[in-house]
Design a protein around this ligand. Sequence first.
Ligand code: FNR
Length: 189
Amino acid sequence: MAKILAFSGSARKASYNQAVAAAAAKLAEEKGADVTLVNLADYPMPIFNEDEEAATGMPAKARAFKELLMSHDAFIIVSPEYNSSYPALLKNAIDWASRMEDGEKPLQAFKGKNALIMASSAGALGGMRVLVVLRMLLGNIGINVLPGQKAIGKVDSLIEDGVLTDEKTLKQIGSLVDGLIDFTDKLHG
Ligand code: FNR
């Protein structure tokens, strides 16, 4: 059974992207996957600095997030687009998790894992430009990023009381989630 970790690139309380991640996680669970939904707001970590890393090592929250990544086969990542790229919050969490500690292989949290990427925004394009750079980043650290992806535009009109309720969008996300589960089950048994 696929072990999937779902999270967004936003720590905002009313985050649209976290709502999309939650909807995708629910769909994956309904399809039989073993899903963990987390919020990066619960993993506050300092902006990465090699001097501080040398002095004090990896902060506990950064290690906890890395361990979550390591203990899952696949990721659902839903990112806001900030100035056509990913938020520093998401990149910083990935940078910390990319650091090798004793007994680990290089990029152990990422290599050979699979990911479904999505974006959402109240704008018409849904933050589609972030998907280009996020795909490149994740691919460069060894993640198999599924070809199917989705940028959800005008997402504010699809969410009610913090929950993504739009049937058409849920159906589209459901078929992407199916693809992630099938691919992961084939690769990881
Ligand atoms: C944005 N936003 C934005 N939206 C977009 O579609 N394309 C963009 O390039 C940007 N750039 C951008 C930069 C910065 C610094 C901020 C703070 C915001 C708007 C963004 O999509 C909006 O704030 C979302 O609601 C953020 O996602 P969450 O927090 O709702 O998940």
